[in-house]
Design a protein around this ligand. Structure first.
Ligand code: OGA
Ligand code: MN
Length: 203
């Protein structure tokens, strides 16, 4: 049994049915720990910078995280491993759902205690490139009492809280689901990733 592609198949089925899913199995515990260790080390070395919300704006009131973008051709071994795996998922989603996803962009994000990200949509203004949002969590032994949920708003006004437990992959359709990051009482680490289509709008 190839568990490596089972998780892709499960993700495609859930995305088609519900538009979102949270599932384990993207990476092993060892691979997940390597990413968590690198993210924490880079954060300690102040290599993550305060995030903007597009158009080059910095230090947004909307979001309190710091980020480091993964740069093609300049990735560490853990970053490359993540990028290869998420790209394999992208190709599997194209095959199963015919989404026409051409590439991925990813960054580490660290939210310090008390920091969050107000309710938003991942589609940037005037840019319809982002189709699937993927968030991979890096925090070992996360307790719900520590807060930090990703609150995903569903069409009927209900919501789901997904906790940022190491190894959980959250996927949702970027154009359809508003979501917010609730503040936590400890550092909260993740990799945020977007699978993109060729832009339909000009510019
Ligand atoms: C984002 C985002 C969610 C998370 O970066 O756009 O919504 O759980 N991140 O880190
Ligand atoms: Mn978001």
């Amino acid at each position: 049994m190839d568990t490596g592609t089972d998780v892709f198949h499960a993700a495609a089925g859930a995305l088609a049915a519900e538009g979102w899913c949270a599932l384990p199995g993207l990476l092993s515990a060892v691979q997940t720990r390597a990413l968590a260790a690198e993210c924490a080390t880079m954060h300690d070395a102040r290599l993550l910078l305060p995030a903007g919300t597009g158009a080059g704006r910095v230090a947004s009131a909307l979001r309190g995280d710091s980020t480091h973008w993964f740069v093609d051709g300049a990735m560490s071994a853990p970053q490359q491993m993540f990028a290869d795996r998420i790209d394999a998922l992208r190709i599997a989603l194209n095959r199963e759902l015919m989404l026409g996803l051409v590439d991925c962009e990813s960054h580490y994000a660290v939210y310090r205690p008390g920091a969050g990200y107000a309710r938003h949509l991942d589609r940037l203004r005037d840019n319809d490139a982002r189709v699937v949002s993927a968030v991979f969590y890096l925090n070992s032994a996360w307790q719900e009492a520590e807060g930090g949920a990703l609150r995903l708003y569903l069409a009927d006004g209900a919501y789901r809280d997904i906790y940022p437990q190491a190894g959980t992959l959250l996927l949702f359709l970027s154009a359809q689901f508003e979501h917010e990051v609730l503040p936590a009482v400890r550092d909260r680490m993740s990799i945020a990733c977007w699978m993109r289509q060729r832009r339909l709008g000009g510019g």
